[in-house]
Write a protein that binds this ligand. Sequence first.
Ligand SMILES: C[S@@+](CC[C@H](N)C(=O)[O-])C[C@H]1O[C@@H](n2cnc3c(N)ncnc32)[C@H](O)[C@@H]1O
Length: 255
Amino acid sequence: MGTMKTRKHDAIVLSSGGEKAAQQRFVELLKSAPLPDDELLANLGLFLSSKNLSRVLFFEQIYRKIVGAHGIICEFGVRWGQTLSLLSALRGIHEPFNRHRKIVGFDTFSGFLGVAEEDGALSRCTDGSFSVSAGYEEYLGAVLETQEALNPVSHLKKWELVKGDACQTVPGYLARHPETIIALAIFDFDIYKPTKAALEAIKPRLCKGSVLVFDELCDDIFPGETVALREVFDLNRLRIERLPMTARVSYAVME
Ligand SMILES: C[S@@+](CC[C@H](N)C(=O)[O-])C[C@H]1O[C@@H](n2cnc3c(N)ncnc32)[C@H](O)[C@@H]1O
């Protein structure tokens, strides 16, 4: 931890100087935690700030919305994969025997690919921003395997990481899996091109009750996600909602 160098994501950060200092203090306290190994995992809440906890709670509430809906979960833009791991734990809590609820993550695992004019200049991101450590998908695979092992029906693999440019990998995955319908699609590529390609590819696989989650809608720093949504769906027909506890994430339930 801390020794793995990655290319910094470069996006502008809106935290104040005081918040950044407190976050750094939390990192130092976590790295020097005097807890014994066998009590560490049960005490990770020590370091969960309200901002980070709000994201966990957001996904818990979103998960509740799909418990009665059939289909898989896709995350478009995985990075370190915390959301995939959380979703796997939430499946273990809310519907431990639903073997059809596969969780599939799409990412290059080498950062942004396809930054375009529609993404504007405010984020200061380029291709390669938000990269991860080399070979990270193998580490994440081990995390997801372990998460699955801690829940029922662990002998059936219910997750997949799909590496590469989403403009090709999302249509490719759906062609390989004609049985797929999507109950929950989480959009967090941040940028226009892969978001548009994924939206176009999944549209015929959505049903009434499917939930779409967006990390950057109406966001002036990453305008490309909204442009992509506007071009693929009729905004007038979507009810874009948010939960009061999170700053940025929004969702729509297909009606
Ligand atoms: C903001 S990060 C995702 C964060 C993650 N959802 C989370 O909750 O921590 C955006 C991700 O989109 C991925 N990405 C951007 N362009 C892509 C493309 N064309 N194909 C696949 N992945 C892409 C990047 O590699 C990066 O990991």
